[in-house]
Design a protein around this ligand. Structure first.
Ligand SMILES: Nc1ncnc2c1ncn2[C@@H]1O[C@H](COP(=O)(O)OP(=O)(O)OP(=O)(O)O)[C@@H](O)[C@H]1O
Length: 250
């Protein structure tokens, strides 16, 4: 049997009056790039946050490389996992370089290669001395990505990481992310509202609805009509847009 980088085993999360995640069993192979898509409130973020224990499951367990994430202290777990979310929350009083280097510094690990990381996320090395307020939104997200990679994490979780960016920046950063995934041999889980982004970047697309996994397909299979009605409704949005654009005359 193939080992799992991440596995959710019969995982549920209940809040008063809401079941955010409902008995999900899902396994992600090392090296895969999985997009988690689904309507707002379908449970994507909750499922993701159970991996780095920002949310604790009500039932079931989550494992990384076969080990229960609940077994050790959460800070040690989080150091092994890169996490990027919308409006990344760089420390405003620290420079770009200090933001990128903070993980290894707090863990007393060898210092981060700030220049090399800036290059990996396609930012000029000269930006190292800037403060976060002196960056564009896209540059800030790139610094966030560099910070997430600084501790040498092989697991990268992204929660609507590109949500607040303009479409051109979003597309470029998505492609860079896929490049980094391939170059560094990462296992990547990307929560996104955008099915086109999921289809273009991921090796596997998991669709959630009402706390459950309702489809789990490759992009090619989804584009060939697999996955059921919820998945196809999401695939239909970018497809219909592309058809409308193709049909426009100038
Ligand atoms: N801390 C919380 N307390 C109560 N309910 C919560 C909490 N966090 C999430 N929920 C509820 O759980 C459900 C799933 O939320 P979740 O954020 O996982 O969905 P999502 O698919 O990521 O949504 P979105 O795409 O809008 O970010 C929603 O109904 C949400 O209101």
């Amino acid at each position: 049997m193939q080992s799992s980088a991440i596995a959710w085993e019969q995982v549920s999360k209940h809040y008063a009056g809401t079941t955010a995640v409902d008995d999900v069993t899902l396994s992600i192979a090392p090296g895969s790039f999985v997009a988690l898509v689904g309507a707002s409130g379908s449970g994507k973020s909750t499922l993701l946050k159970m991996v780095n224990r920002l949310v604790e499951p009500s039932a079931g367990r989550v494992t990384i490389d076969g080990a229960d994430v609940a077994a050790g202290p959460a800070p040690a777990l989080r150091r092994r996992i890169g996490y990027v979310f919308q409006n990344i929350g760089l420390f405003p009083h620290l420079s770009v370089a200090e933001n990128i280097a903070i993980g290894p510094r707090l863990a007393s690990d060898p210092p981060a290669d700030v220049g090399g990381l800036l290059e990996r996320v396609e930012l000029p090395r000269a930006l190292a001395t800037r403060m976060p307020a002196e960056l564009s939104g896209g540059q800030r997200q790139r610094v966030g990505l560099a910070r997430a990679l600084a501790p040498g994490a092989k697991l990268l979780l992204l929660d609507e990481a590109f949500g607040a960016l303009d479409p051109v920046t979003r597309d470029a950063l998505g492609q860079r992310l896929r490049g980094l995934h391939d170059e560094l041999g990462l296992t990547t889980v990307l929560v996104t509202h955008d099915m086109a982004e999921a289809l273009l970047l991921a090796t596997r697309v998991v669709v959630m609805a009402a706390g459950r996994v309702v489809a789990d397909e490759t992009p090619a299979a989804l584009l060939h009509g697999a996955g059921g009605p919820e998945a196809q409704a999401l695939v239909g949005v970018p497809r219909a847009q592309a058809e409308r654009l193709a049909g426009m005359t100038v």
